[in-house]
Design a binder for this molecule. Sequence first.
Ligand code: ATP
Length: 343
Amino acid sequence: MAIVETRGLRKHFGDVAAVDGVDLASKEGEFLVLLGPSGCGKTTLLRLIAGLEQPTAGEILIGGQVVNGLPPRARKIAMVFQSYALYPHMTVFNNIAFPLKAQGMSPEERKKKVEWAASLLGINRLLHRFPRQLSGGERQRVALARALVREPSIFLLDEPLSNLDAQLRASARDELQQFQRRIGTTTVYVTHDQVEAMGMGDRISVMYQGKVRQIGTPQEIYHEPADTFVATFLGSPPMNLVERKDYLLGFRPEHFLPKDIASVQDKTVTFQFRVTRVEYLGADRLIYGVVAGANGESKAISRLSATLTFPIEPGKGYDFLIRSQDLKFFDKATGLRTGPKLL
Ligand code: ATP
């Protein structure tokens, strides 16, 4: 199995730096997610790895070998795009067999290979159908099977689930992750959906404006964000940032709790929280309001489990606390994480 690595990788389109100096190395067999907002350079990075774009500068290595000069076919990668691009006039069988036919494989071998991939993905009964006779999730599996028969050393997946409805997406996510664990092929997966990234990735690389802002496990990215971009891109609602003299104080909504009900032994800090709005979300209650910041008031949000029935009304003020260990500190000018400050 191969790992994929980039060194000082750049891609400029005119004066747009779509990929702006990316150093990234996957681990063998890992599921690495590239996460970031629209336009941050995720797809361009994936296309560079695949060989569909030529870099402006830097190197791409697959399995330790520099592949910059190699055409896509020679890179032993398989890419599945958002639009699965199945051939509409071919059956599922022929769609999956197509790359093998192009390689000159014999019909018997092709049949064996297609049946192997189809059973891995649970689509044997669909082999005689045409793409128009399949659901979105089934089409996605066919596209994966077509990528799989080539036995790639690396899978590159670009938002492969984005055409599916919410329910199907959740089950497809689960399936795709289990499938990847089973075959153990190193996978680079692009998404702008943080829930997908958190749920699927062994590690997440958070991108913004062509750069990697942080790479780490979902837990690291969520609990120890490297800067205010990462802190506010992950989490829904995002991390609260309260302005202080020369720094920003960050805390997650689920750590911001009414003093009267929080049974906490650890050191805490307390804010007077003036509530403006309460939103009921079934399992949770979101409390919107303001706390005192350096330059007037700062907005803040608390997320309370529905099991906490403590009454909270808009227009009133309450003491809310945060455990000191749950506070994060960021430099006001650069947004970068700093060490703790004296409060
Ligand atoms: P999305 O989630 O919307 O697909 P992305 O993170 O994948 O976004 P890219 O498609 O990699 O972003 O685009 C990164 C930047 O490069 C954008 O500003 C985009 O407009 C620009 N870009 C991408 N491809 C080209 C191109 N062929 N020519 C010129 N600019 C391009």
